[in-house]
Design a protein around this ligand. Structure first.
Ligand code: SF4
Length: 213
């Protein structure tokens, strides 16, 4: 059965902005991490948009929801899950955007596991389709990364760093991020910044807030 596209959220804005410059794409609820600060553990919605679904939708459903917004300048693949797990759908929507809205900037927020999961450099499939990639680094060491992110893949921390380097080497604007302020955890942000920069990426600290994003 295919859902009516109005029934759940594939495309959303934050703060219930009706004419946002930035919209977010919620491709999947699946993820190869289970981060302790993940919003999925805290709540079911982002700014009132119900985020749970079962991936049973089509490209047309995304496009219909996207067209409800009229002044979009930025599209961010984000949502309640790891967007690259739906990479073919992501690629199709990126191609649609490039063809029909060539001035829109496209970013993906990712956990950086994709190349390990697909066992190939998937960025080659996205050549010319992504303006920016934001990768969750989350720690300056593998043990802490495992404690925070509970990854379901082997050598996840090394894979994340490798992905960051692969993105920056591909000429994509790349940001490595960490979340601070959750559960009184002390993250060594100085070290994280050094690691990010050594991989050719910018660095961003994201303060944990319950509404996220
Ligand atoms: S990587 Fe993102 S979606 Fe996945 S568990 Fe962590 S915070 Fe949640």
């Amino acid at each position: 059965m295919s859902y009516n596209y109005f029934m759940y959220t594939l495309v959303y804005s934050i703060n219930n902005d009706k004419n946002p410059e930035t919209v977010y794409i919620n491709l999947t609820n699946a993820c190869s991490n289970s981060c302790i600060f993940c919003l999925r553990n805290q709540k079911d919605d982002v700014c009132g948009a119900e985020m749970w679904h079962d991936d049973n939708y089509t490209l047309e459903d995304i496009i219909k929801q996207f067209k409800a917004f009229s002044a979009v300048k930025n599209v961010v693949f984000c949502g309640y899950g790891e967007p690259f797990l739906k990479k073919d759908m992501m690629k199709s929507f990126c191609q649609y955007l490039r063809k029909n809205y060539p001035n829109i900037k496209i970013r993906v927020n990712t956990n950086g596991h994709a190349n390990a999961i697909y066992k190939s450099n998937i960025l080659k499939e996205f050549k010319g389709l992504l303006d920016e990639v934001s990768v969750s680094l989350n720690s300056d060491n593998a043990d802490e990364y495992i404690n925070i992110c509970n990854p379901k893949i082997e050598n996840a921390y090394e894979e994340v760093k490798r992905f960051i380097k692969t993105c920056s080497d591909a000429g994509i604007k790349t940001t490595a991020s960490v979340v601070t302020g959750f559960d009184n955890r002390e993250i060594n942000t100085e070290n994280c910044q050094k690691i990010a920069e050594s991989l050719g990426a910018n660095f961003r600290i994201r303060e944990f807030i319950i509404n996220g994003y």
